[in-house]
Design a binder for this molecule. Structure first.
Ligand code: HAM
Length: 429
């Protein structure tokens, strides 16, 4: 019987070698500035109570209204694959009382997120984010720190063709004043029912409407940035002065609306110029009401999510990916059954000392095994047969030029370390 092949679900991004190496590098470079600033890892569930997102992210958003992967578990509970990370972090902070300790609570996370979007280049149904959240301190300096951590991540990778856009969505006083005028403005527009409904839940949402007639109509809409209270305006000024101090270029985009409803105050997006329609490589902002909405105390928070898939695409477009592939230090070729068991234990010991070691498996003849060693890109090769075992001596061959060195098996690790150091020195690394 012949079985049919099974394919990955539509819109799902997966990373296989050798691309996975680049993916891993990008992810680590994006995380590293957060680690250096004292943020600590949170590993959270991939599915949560559906209410967490409908309440936290907001019913007016595309994410909640159209894009959630929601299912019932066997006990009839409604669960949803996480479409974003902030709500889950906040849920865990409240549930585990982290907000009763030292503030701010500083968290980083990375992993898969799920949105049932129409797949296209740079837009997937399962995608990867690296994110941070700083919870419990309302200080423009932490806004600047959060932005600078994202910025440093992109710089680590070597990206240049991106722009930081920022705005302020103000405090509740600013938004209430703006809301009155914005709703008045909407009365003069002919809106279909669905649009009017969205506007009722969150009037700002219509700034995000991509339909040409709406983009046109919204040109004359009152902008929130012109309604900032004195306090919100002075906060936003401070954030900008810190960014200048940090030499981080930005533009103020007062029409920017983020796709999630929890945002307040400073919000930002990093937009890359080489990615076509899916140009947002990361974004975030303050969410000062979120904790309370999720049943916690009224503490503020700010964070970001960076799209690892898109940053990888951007790194490819800008040709900044390091070209190095994984090459192990040593490749061992055992000849015969006794040699195989010695090779296994030698490889084990070498790895324990930090020397990367691969070995040949199967019953391949020496010639085939040498080819495999060559293909693997290993720097040195050792062949072990019966005579090497009985004499306790092996020859280390440098693949680059064929130079050979005899060494006692017991001294193999030390000798390899010396040779590898010499190699690195010779390459001027
Ligand atoms: P977001 O803007 O929805 O924010 O997502 C952050 C980033 O994830 C985007 O800039 C984009 O790079 C990437 N991304 C989003 N959707 C997709 C997709 N379908 N395919 C590929 N990449 C995608 C958030 O999720 C907020 N939780 C960020 C945040 C944290 N705000 C405050 N704290």
């Amino acid at each position: 019987m012949k079985f049919e092949k099974i394919q990955a679900p539509k819109g799902v991004r997966e990373y296989l070698p050798p691309e996975s190496r680049a993916f891993e590098w990008v992810r680590e470079e994006l995380i590293s500035p957060a680690r250096l600033a004292g943020y600590e890892l949170m590993e959270l569930p991939v599915f949560e109570d559906t209410n967490l997102f409908s309440r936290g992210v907001g019913e007016s958003t595309d994410v909640v209204s159209k894009e959630m992967y929601t299912f019932e578990d066997r006990a009839g509970r409604s669960l949803t694959l996480r479409p974003e990370g902030t709500a889950g972090v906040m849920r865990a902070v409240i549930e585990q009382n982290l907000d009763r300790g030292q503030l701010p609570v500083k968290i980083w996370y990375s992993g898969q997120f799920f949105r049932a979007e129409r797949p296209q280049a740079g837009r997937y149904r399962q995608f990867y984010q690296v994110g941070i959240e700083a919870i419990g301190v309302d200080d423009p300096a932490i806004d600047a720190e959060v932005i600078s951590i994202a910025y440093q991540g992109f710089r680590n990778i070597g990206l240049k063709n991106f722009t930081l856009q920022i705005t302020s969505l103000g405090d509740s006083v600013s938004r209430a004043a703006h809301r009155v005028d914005l709703l008045k403005f909407y009365q003069g527009l002919e809106l279909d029912d669905a649009t009017r409904q969205r506007a009722e839940i969150n009037p700002l949402r219509l700034f995000d409407d991509k339909r040409p007639e709406m983009v046109d109509a919204m040109q004359k809409a009152p902008l929130l940035i012109d309604y900032l209270s004195d306090e919100a305006a002075s906060n936003f000024e401070k954030v900008q002065s810190y960014l200048k101090e940090l030499n981080i270029d930005y533009i103020v985009n007062p029409r920017m609306v983020r796709g999630l409803d929890y945002y307040t105050g400073t919000t930002f997006e990093f937009v890359h110029s080489d990615l076509g329609a899916q140009s947002g490589i990361g974004g975030g902002g303050r969410y000062d009401g979120l904790m309370e909405v999720l049943g916690g105390q009224p503490l503020s928070g700010i964070g970001f999510g960076l799209g690892v898939d898109r940053v990888l695409l951007a790194a490819i477009a800008e040709k900044v990916l390091p070209s190095q592939s994984f090459n192990s230090d040593l490749f061992i070729i055992p000849l015969g059954e006794d040699a195989k068991s010695s090779a296994l234990s030698i490889a084990n010991q070498l790895r324990a000392q930090g020397i990367s070691t691969e070995m040949a498996f199967g019953e391949r003849a020496l010639k085939g095994a040498m080819k495999a060693a060559d293909k693997s890109g290993a720097r040195f090769v050792v062949v072990i047969g019966d005579s090497e075992i009985s004499e306790g001596v092996v020859e280390i061959k440098r693949m680059e030029d064929g130079a050979v060195n005899s060494v006692k098996i017991t001294e193999l690790a030390a000798e390899l370390k010396t040779l590898l150091r010499r190699d690195i020195y010779a390459q001027g690394k």
